[in-house]
Design a protein around this ligand. Structure first.
Ligand SMILES: N[C@@H](CCC(=O)N[C@@H](CS)C(=O)NCC(=O)O)C(=O)O
Length: 292
């Protein structure tokens, strides 16, 4: 890679070299499928194709919260999409999400199967389908959706900006880290002020706004993504800490974080989820113990 101060962009950018870094091999400047590969379909109406990154965790937490609340129609099959191996470019996945990013969901309970992509759209779809975790009062619903869309617009600065340049970039570029740290800390302060007067993001009720925001901002504060809590002085956001810890302890959140997880402690990894009992019997520690 060239020295950061020596690069002059050419008149027309060309895709002729890898940029380096953790995700270099999956980055492409074009969309569409690269291989023919159908998606598996299990026995439940809801089929999820995902990975336990923060965007994926939003949906598995939502599904587990729905089941915890007694909505048995939210039973689902979750299949692992290994984005490092390029599974998101298979033809079946691209049919479910033309944007080739996890999470993608297909609802087979409708007359013709309904595809839903973008984590925020999936949360809203499920909230409306089951009438849960979305306030019905118009003013509170509007506030909840404002925070849901705030998350969708803000997290790319945290993930694609701060997380990328702080953790994954092959060189540590002060300009980029400064720019995105500034914005990340500003966003954490936005949340801290909101949570100073609210138990949850939009009041007393736990909603899809919390479910969307926690996997990103809650996990940064709890130091479970990017290992940047000290750098960001995470302890200073006292209200976000209180909220992040409370949500972390919800049983559905504990389960949701395990689904489609292919990293971290083996007992926390449930690569595929087809039944509630899978949490007891199909975690990777148990699967690998049997196969030895
Ligand atoms: N706005 C999208 C973002 C999804 C996204 O960025 N997914 C990442 C993992 S967190 C992905 O699939 N990356 C694979 C790739 O870029 O090829 C959402 O919220 O669903």
């Amino acid at each position: 890679m060239e020295d950061e101060n020596s690069y002059t962009p050419p008149a027309v950018w060309k895709w002729d070299s890898e940029s380096g870094g953790t995700w270099a091999s999956i980055n492409r400047p074009i969309a569409g499928a690269t291989s023919e590969k159908e998606l598996p379909v299990g026995k439940h109406p809801l089929q999820l194709y995902s990975l336990a990154t923060p965007n994926g965790v939003k949906v598995t937490v939502m599904l587990e919260e729905l089941l915890q609340a007694g909505f048995s129609g939210a039973e689902y099959d979750a299949y692992l999409i290994k984005i490092g191996d390029g599974d998101q470019f298979g033809s079946g996945f691209v049919s479910a999400n033309p944007n080739s990013k996890i999470p993608a969901m297909v609802d087979h309970s409708t007359d013709t199967p309904t595809r839903v992509f973008e984590s925020g759209a999936i949360l809203l779809y499920l909230a409306e389908k089951f009438g849960a975790f979305l306030p019905t009062d118009h003013a509170t619903r509007t506030e909840c959706l404002s925070w849901l869309f705030w998350q969708m617009g803000s997290a790319p600065y945290l993930g694609g900006g701060f997380g990328h340049f702080y953790k994954y970039a092959p060189v540590k570029i002060e300009y980029c880290i400064d720019r995105f740290t500034m914005e990340t800390k500003r966003q954490l302060d936005v949340l801290d002020r909101q949570l100073a007067n609210n138990k949850f993001i939009c009041g007393d009720e736990y909603t899809i706004a919390d479910i969307a925001i926690w996997p990103w901002y809650g996990q940064v504060i709890l130091n479970t993504v990017y290992e940047a809590a000290e750098f960001l002085e995470a302890h200073t956001y006292e209200n976000v800490n209180r909220w992040a810890n409370e949500i972390q302890n919800r049983p559905a959140v504990k389960r949701g974080r395990m689904v489609n997880r292919s990293f971290g402690p083996l007992e926390q990894q449930l690569h595929e989820r087809h039944d509630a009992s899978d949490f007891e019997t199909k975690t990777q520690d148990k699967i690998e113990a049997v196969s030895q």
